[in-house]
Design a protein around this ligand. Structure first.
Ligand SMILES: Nc1ncnc2c1ncn2[C@@H]1O[C@H](COP(=O)(O)OP(=O)(O)O)[C@@H](O)[C@H]1O
Ligand SMILES: [Mg+2]
Length: 654
């Protein structure tokens, strides 16, 4: 006698339920998908007792007639494949459901009541199912659409029920599910009640993706960064489209940060996409934080497999590499665009106006011939040449008020440690005469008027020797702007370094007294392995034999550091970059960013340094000339703006 037996339908459904219905949130997910597939405009979700006592989903969609209300309880019954024999359909599905598995699965592990009516009939149908068995079917008066009601979920499978977490955790998962569908279908009206208390209430038809994103992420008021991208021919079989909004890095606490991703409208989990977004945000995202926002990827249904897992949250892209690249470039592009937005909103000067002032910049650079700073576009503060500047802050925009401003001896960029002016010997090993001669005598541009590049940003002053306060008459409104001086300067230097590095043009400074040092074998290994990169950074180090080396040149922007400090930095940064790249070649552009940002950090003006008014002005000008300044290269924000409304709130003014 044969030993093999066919499972009963009921058992098969329970097994399927084990895969598809993990927890109450899975019930919500399946019901929401069905309601959306049915073309609903308004969906209400009601939950009691963490979802095990009750999940009710009410929609105003197409509904089901009497036959379908019963048929949908059958395994593999679906209205979403027109020819159930044609397997090609599986590759071109545009509905969220198609397996015909959810309802029989749910019915097998709960008490399910379905009430539904189509437009065509006056009366609806109600069916009551208890743990897989139909108990009652009757006609009923009801609105058009469907009410799915589940009670006592897992009531007949105590082992599964025991696996559930606390009500709070289950409610969290339900809310996350609802938020995802509320984003992917931002035009849908949705309400969510827990124990009769309204938790979510979103209007039908009025939201845009942007306004809905703000609501879902907790009423964000800061700017959202739009992300757009495309590959392939539009509407072609290779067309991939990316769209969405990212929250500004650093805008949310790490705990509420979350990237919600959708592929063809389906919420998915995918590490490759997260990785791509992180790569796109490289240098803008703080270590240990994750990107936040919504990202939609639409692509031809046959270029993605959504049938990898019964819950359809894991998917497989056929051309994963191309998607990765597209996401990276779209996110990069978005953050670049954000810089322009920020520049305009803070400085109010479109790029064209900046270039009109190019003559002034050019003239300035000429006076710096022979000085690396000038070539870097990072001129010293106009400490020497600002004689004709008006008194800072108050009358700056009015050169005719110009009275002499006392010169400062402290070069702005070179954040030279205390010893710089007082004890030249402290850095004697770096003193190279010709690089210092770049300092311009006042007369060279002393008569020049201050370039009126900054149209709308008025510095008020500095607080805590760290923050520059300004009033911005920018676009679209005036605001109070706080700038972190170190972070701002660090980003500017970083961008310059990156550019110079990629152009193999990092300014180097020859040491007046080359320094002989001994390095241990692991240090010597780094020197040897990365000789080319280290040279590109502006170092010149020759092998002196017997484990000693002679350092002849150093990067100009770090010339204020001692050779020992510099070399310690080189070894530390290269080992770290090596570790982070975990064996991969660190010479690829991004992987090297850590070393460059460490250099930028050392070169940038320190937090805790009191700035002269001209230095503040110089920093603001450099920010305006720089293409990127929203965040420091470690991802900390550079600028915070508060508009009049924000400030009114501080004081409870309405
Ligand atoms: N809210 C609803 N409105 C209209 N029809 C529904 C609804 N829920 C389920 N159905 C019908 O029941 C069928 C079975 O649903 P389900 O088991 O989730 O499988 P699938 O969604 O994969 O088709 C659906 O194909 C649809 O025809
Ligand atoms: Mg379904």
């Amino acid at each position: 006698m044969s030993k093999i037996k066919i499972l009963s339908e009921h058992l098969a459904n329970q097994i399927a339920a084990g895969e598809v219905i993990e927890r109450p949130a899975s019930v919500v997910k399946e019901f929401l998908e069905n309601s959306i597939d049915a073309g609903s405009e308004q969906i209400s979700i009601q939950v009691e007792g963490g979802g095990t006592r009750l999940v009710r989903v009410i929609d105003d969609g197409a509904g089901m007639d009497a036959d379908d209300v019963l048929l949908c309880l059958e395994r593999h019954a679906t209205s979403k494949l027109s020819d159930t024999d044609d397997d090609r359909q599986l590759t071109s599905i545009s509905t969220l459901g198609f397996r015909g598995e959810a309802i029989p699965s749910i019915a097998s592990v709960s008490q399910l009541t379905i009430t539904s009516r189509t437009e065509a009939s006056d009366l609806g149908t109600c069916v009551v199912v208890k743990y897989g068995k139909v108990m009652k079917v009757h006609e009923t008066g009801c609105g058009k659409g469907t009410v799915m009601e589940v009670r006592n979920l897992f009531g007949n499978v105590p082992a599964r029920k025991k696996f559930l977490k606390s009500n709070r955790t289950e409610l969290y998962h339900i809310e996350e599910t609802i938020k995802n569908y509320a984003l992917a279908n931002y035009y849908l009206g949705m309400t969510y009640e827990v124990n009769n208390r309204t938790v979510i209430n979103l209007p039908a038809q009025t939201d845009t993706l942007e306004t809905r994103t703000r609501k879902i992420f907790g009423n964000i008021t800061a700017r959202l960064i739009p992300v757009e991208g495309n590959t392939g021919t539009s509407n072609g079989s290779d067309h991939v489209k990316i769209s969405g909004y990212l929250l500004l890095p650093g805008e949310l606490a790490a705990t509420s940060a979350k990237l919600r991703m959708f592929v063809n409208g389906r919420a998915i989990r995918d590490r490759m996409v997260i990785h791509a977004v992180k790569e796109g945000l490289a240098n803008f995202l703080m270590k240990g934080t994750s990107p936040s926002g919504v990202l939609f990827i639409s692509l031809p249904p046959d270029s993605v497999d959504v049938n990898v897992h019964p819950t359809k949250q894991e998917i497989r892209f056929h051309k994963a590499n191309a998607i990765h690249q597209l996401v990276v470039s779209s996110v990069r592009n978005a953050i670049e665009q954000h810089q322009e937005y920020l520049k305009f909103s803070v400085f109010g000067a479109p790029d064209s106006q900046i270039s009109e002032n190019n003559q002034i910049k050019g003239a300035e650079q000429n006076t710096f011939t022979g000085n690396n700073w000038g070539q870097q576009g990072l001129p010293l503060a106009r400490s020497k040449g600002s004689k004709s500047y008006p008194k800072p802050f108050t009358s700056r925009r009015n050169p005719s008020h110009g009275t002499n401003v006392p010169t400062t001896e402290t070069p702005f960029i070179n954040d030279i440690p205390q010893g710089h002016n007082t004890s030249p010997s402290a850095n004697a090993d770096h003193s190279v005469p010709e690089t210092i001669t770049g300092e311009t005598s006042p007369s060279e541009y002393g008569q020049e008027q201050r370039p009126e590049v900054i149209q709308s940003l008025n510095p008020i002053g500095q607080v805590f020797d760290l923050y520059i306060l300004c009033e911005s008459k920018g676009t679209p409104e005036s605001s109070f702007v706080v700038i972190d001086q170190h972070a701002a300067h660090e980003r500017i230097i970083f961008e310059n370094l990156k550019k110079q590095f990629s152009e193999k043009n990092v300014p180097s400074q020859a040491l007046l007294f080359p320094k002989v040092l001994e390095f241990n074998p692991s240090q010597a290994r780094i020197l040897e392995k990365y000789e080319e990169l280290i040279t590109l950074l502006g170092f010149r180090i020759d092998d002196f034999g017997d484990g000693s080396y002679v350092v002849k040149s150093v990067p100009a922007i770090l010339a204020h550091l001692t050779v020992d400090e510099l070399m310690a930095g080189v070894f530390a940064e290269f080992s770290m970059a090596e570790k982070e790249a975990s064996g991969q070649n660190i010479s690829t552009s991004n992987r090297f960013d850590g070393v460059l940002s460490a250099m930028a950090c050392k070169a940038a003006i320190k937090a805790g340094r009191s700035l002269e008014p001209e230095e503040i002005e110089s920093l603001l000008e450099q920010m305006q000339e720089s293409n990127v300044f929203s965040h420091c290269p470690h991802g900390r924000p550079v600028i915070k703006s508060f508009n009049a409304d924000d400030m009114k709130k501080w004081f409870y003014r309405t």
